[in-house]
Structures are given as C-alpha cells and as structure tokens.
Ligand binder design. Sequence first.
Ligand code: ADP
Ligand code: MG
Length: 386
Amino acid sequence: PGTPSAHDPARATTLGVMGGGQLGRMFVHAAQQLGYRTVVLEAEADSPAAQAAHHQVRTAYLDPAGLAELVRECDAVTTEFENVPADALRELADHRPVAPAAAAVAVCQDRVAEKAHFAASGVPCAPYAVIDSETALAAVSDTLLPGILKTARLGYDGKGQVRVADRAALEAAWTDLQGVTCVLEQRLSLADELSVIVARGAAGEVVHLPVQHNLHRDGILAVTQVPAPGLDAAQVEQAVASAERIAASLDYVGVLCVEFFLLTDGSLVANEMAPRPHNSGHYSIDACDVSQFDLQVRCMTGLPLVAPRLHSPAVMLNLLGDLWFDAEGRERSPDWAAVLALPGVHLHLYGKAQARRGRKMGHLTLTGATPEAARDAALKAGALLG
Ligand code: ADP
Ligand code: MG
C-alpha cells in the first residue's frame, strides 16, 4: 500500500513525538482529542508524555532499533525537545514526514547559526561575536562588554551562560566553559521580554498566537501575560512580521517560538528561537480557541491552520519544584484546594514524581473577563503558593 502521507489527514492515524517531557505530554493530549494514536520515544521510564501516550518506544534518540520502531508505528513524527539530535530527525525523515525538519531544528540548536539566520531574515539581534579560539577571544571589541557569554549549543533556562563585566571575567568564563564555541552578546538594557509563536503549514500558510509578555526569574520563565501590556500596534505588528519572516526563510513546518527583547529605546531585537511549542504559549490551551499544541498537530498532518483567537485575557505562572519545599527545606505539597478555589484557574501538573528546585512541575493559567481580573487572580494564586 506504500507509505501513508501525513498530509492526507484521513490516512494519518498515529503521531509520534521525540521526547517525553511536558511539551510532549500536552502535544499528546491535543493529538488524542483529534482521535490520533500517539507514540513517544523517550529513554526514561514514567515520563510526562509517555504517561499520556498510547505507546512508548523506550530507547535513546539515536538508537537504530528505536527509530525503526517509531517509523513502523507512526504516520508522522514531531519533536518536543529542542536538543534531539538532528541526525535522528534526518533518519526518520527518510521514511516518514517529519515536522519541523532536521535542518530547521539544527539552526535552532546552535546560537551561531541562529543569529546568522536572524540576520539573513532581516531581523536584528543583540551585537555579538563568535568565540571559538584564543584569537577570536583576543579580538573581541570593548563595545560588547559588559556582556553575556553563552555556549553555542545545549543552553536552556539560563544554563550555559555567564555574565561578564570585563575582559578578565570574559577570559576566565570562557576557560571555565572549557573553551567550547560560544557567543558573547552585548548586555542590553531590556524594557520587556516578548515572544511570538507562529505555526506554518507545508504550503507556507502561517498563523500566530497573540504576542506574549514574559517575565524570567533566574533565567527561567516565571510569568507570561496576554495581551502583552504596554505595546503599541506597530510593535505588535513588527514582532509578528519578524517571527513570520524567520519561519518562512527556514521553510519551517510546525510551531516555532521566537523570543524578543524590547529595549528601553523602544526597538525590538530577536533573542533566540525554539523549534517547537514553547512554555510562553501554554496559556493558549485555556485562553485561546486553538492551542499551540492543536496547531502542531494540524501542521504535521496537513489539517487546516486557523488563526487562534484569544477569548480570555490570561496570566500563566510556572510551577517550579521550589514550591514543594518549605523555608526549612522540608518537602510539602502546595495547597491546591485553595488555589483551585480561585476564579478562572486552570491547573496543569505534569506527572513528575520527584520535585527538584528549578524543575518545571506544572503551570497555572488564570483567565479573566478583563486583564485586571486575570492579573488579580494571578496575584492571589502567587500569594497562596508563597
Ligand atoms: P535560554 O536559552 O537559557 O533561555 P536566553 O538567551 O534566552 O537563554 O537568555 C536567558 C535570559 O537572560 C533572557 O530571557 C534575558 O532575561 C537574559 N538575557 C539574555 N541575553 C541577554 C542580553 N544580551 N542582554 C540582556 N539580557 C539578556
Ligand atoms: Mg530563552
């Protein structure tokens, strides 16, 4: 009968996802709502995504037997984890439609390639230099200091980054990072952090979620607000158009998130992108008529993309493992009954057995009839959680 095409929705019946984290879990939920079987490839037992999926392939990402099983089981494959080796996606793409494509994921996995792609898309980013040798280190311009040194690969949630005040600190930091390829970015004066999530189909059609306003604590996303307060129409338009250009010039298929900095002078620069649904889009499950996970399913199966409508202003609060410990470091459980008594509250827990500080255990979305109502409920939730 030949290979079923994922772009024939009548024939795609099983969707596969590389990675077992919470993004995979919420993708699985969305796929199952549309009647798909789901398979998760993940090495760990009892992962958030595998708990929800019909079937788990329990191998490492590059395991040939695991990839072969995923091909046998699935009509189309996506990824929930940004650092899935691009080679694994290439191997899968020889047999099944894979969205996003390995080449696009590879660009997002490498800050050097990513910045070059922003430039090629005509989107400004922070002034930077690539540091891949002693010579490059010595040639760094003083204008980039104070700066932030970031490893080119494998950084997330503020990991793999060092703030450097001067040249001596820069040299020490690069030595500490064992001389791996890094980018040094000028430390910018941020007024706000924003993100835009776009979904692009195989025919190039594109839709976007409302621009998100993000607050980070210790390098980890803490709070997302929509609509983003304080933006004018031109800034919203610029952020959305930039994200769409970045996706189009990658010939991207799937959900893509682009993070932006709004500088104190009102200008907008791209920070980084993620080739998948993003933490700053979780509110879309409860506050939009189509979520970022619904869109990922639609992109990979060739179903129509419809523009999401924000039906409720919302505030999303990440629930980190820290909440599971009291001031003395003893384990405790947050008071969910009190939280669930708030109006417009949507609690999402990811099924992780072990709480650890800084670990994303779940999130809370508070929706309201007005932005003030959502913010008020979020403040109350924050106070209850301590
Ligand atoms: P990660 O992959 O860990 O999310 P980011 O590059 O997004 O790494 O950096 C994490 C956070 O650090 C950003 O959300 C922002 O708050 C801050 N940051 C990063 N780069 C800069 C910069 N060039 N100037 C000022 N702040 C920055
Ligand atoms: Mg980031």
